[in-house]
Design a protein. Structure first.
Ligand code: NI
Length: 197
């Protein structure tokens, strides 16, 4: 197994609609195992394959000690909504806002062997399934925000992108002058909010 590199906002794979999985072989098993290990490593609540650069409809989850994965998920959401909860995203470090999500959802899909899976979810698990399935459609939680929160998120993301470029430029410069201080900035920062997926 391996820890995978998590893609950060600005990477086109995060805005691409992922393809359905059609091959259920060792490569898929390795992807699910690596995604699970990566999610544990960063203490995330969930991880979608596009976040590790793989444009396929796979996500892993880890809520209240329960771990799992769903391939080719289809959600049947309730019409009503749960109380807003602050979400973050491993691909949008340092930004978190309350998001509106359906109260319950039924996730239907298959497991790594191609066997049917049905999970009825409420609360944080339902929230996680909606967040991860959005990733498979190229949708980020910040797209779900409205009004002032949306404006604040867009502003913060612009700043984050700017800082990322600035860091990269600094690291490049450091290399060219033979200094060794560059490159230490981690893409995945602090977690403290309730859901980071
Ligand atoms: Ni996310």
């Amino acid at each position: 197994m391996a820890i995978l590199n998590i893609r950060i906002i600005g990477d086109p794979v995060l805005r691409t609609v992922a393809d359905p999985v059609t091959e259920f072989g060792p490569e898929l098993a390795r992807l699910v195992a690596d995604m699970t290990e990566t999610m544990e490593d960063v203490d995330g609540a969930g991880l979608a394959a596009p976040q590790v650069g793989v444009s396929q409809r796979v996500f892993t989850y880890r809520i209240d000690g329960v771990e799992g994965h769903i391939i080719n998920p289809v959600l049947e959401n309730s019409d009503d909504f749960q109380d807003d909860v602050v979400e973050g995203c491993l691909s949008i470090p340092g930004i978190s806002f309350p998001v509106r999500r359906h109260r319950t959802t039924r996730a239907t899909g298959v497991d790594v062997h191609g066997n049917p899976v049905v999970v009825d979810a409420e609360g944080m698990l339902a929230r996680c399934f909606q967040h991860e399935t959005d990733h498979l459609d190229g949708v980020l939680f910040t797209d779900r925000l409205e009004g002032e929160n949306r404006k604040a998120a867009l502003r913060a993301m612009r700043d984050a992108t700017y800082n990322k470029h600035a860091e990269r430029t600094t690291a490049k410069r450091a290399k060219t002058v033979g200094s060794s201080f560059g490159g230490a900035s981690s893409a995945v920062g602090s977690f403290g909010q309730s859901v980071d997926n």
